[in-house]
Write a protein that binds this ligand. Structure first.
Ligand code: ZN
Length: 196
């Protein structure tokens, strides 16, 4: 089955936030800086993405520039898609955020928590052809979204060229290549082809 997805960037402050769309069914990958819902909402509107069409928000990992608005999206009706391997990282977020940052703490209830093995069918229910893979290296809770067309959303997984001999990073890239990744959409910097 081949499905045409569109991919747009609604990012700001040197961070890419990706919206993957299958028609009007959309997925947000990485979820803003704390206290910036106004900027995020304006970017979504400018790019023609109604909040009501976002079926899930997924954080590649729970660092502040990747999941800072997760609870606000939940409050606005966008479910938070969490991998089981990420649940422990969620409560730790607040330790890295100052009170004046305007962070709304992510509640542990109301999340859609799944296993990696379930990811393909959960995404397929929303018209997205792909899977979520565990890609540790930058952090233990890091995951990547790999679409069947080879597009992969890798968050902060460092490029191999700068990772040196970090074997965990190398293993993550090997997994992504084996599963067919060809085009990398990182959380910071430009889109690039794989291998780079
Ligand atoms: Zn990070």
């Amino acid at each position: 089955m081949s499905v045409a997805h569109t991919i747009i960037n609604v990012g700001y402050r040197s961070t890419n936030y990706w919206v993957i769309s299958a028609g009007k069914s959309r997925l947000l990958v990485d979820i803003g800086w704390p206290g910036t819902m106004g900027t995020m909402s304006a970017n979504l509107e400018r790019m023609g993405v109604p909040l009501s069409e976002i079926r899930y928000a997924l954080a590649t990992h729970y660092h502040i520039d990747h999941a800072g608005l997760a609870q606000e999206f939940k409050n606005a009706g966008v479910p938070l898609l969490v991998l089981e391997s990420q649940t422990q990282a969620i409560p730790l977020m607040k330790n890295h955020i100052k009170p004046q940052d305007g962070y709304v703490e992510i509640a542990l209830d109301g999340n859609t928590t799944i296993t990696f093995a379930q990811s393909r069918s959960v995404l397929a229910e929303r018209g997205i052809a792909g899977e979520i893979l565990q890609t540790r290296g930058h952090s233990d809770d890091s995951v990547s979204l790999l679409l069947d067309d080879g597009s992969v959303f890798t968050g902060d997984l460092p490029p191999l060229s700068i990772a040196g001999d970090d074997s965990m990073v190398a293993a993550s890239w090997r997994l992504l290549r084996e599963r067919g990744a060809t085009r990398v959409y990182p959380a910071h910097g430009p889109v690039r082809t794989l291998p780079d």
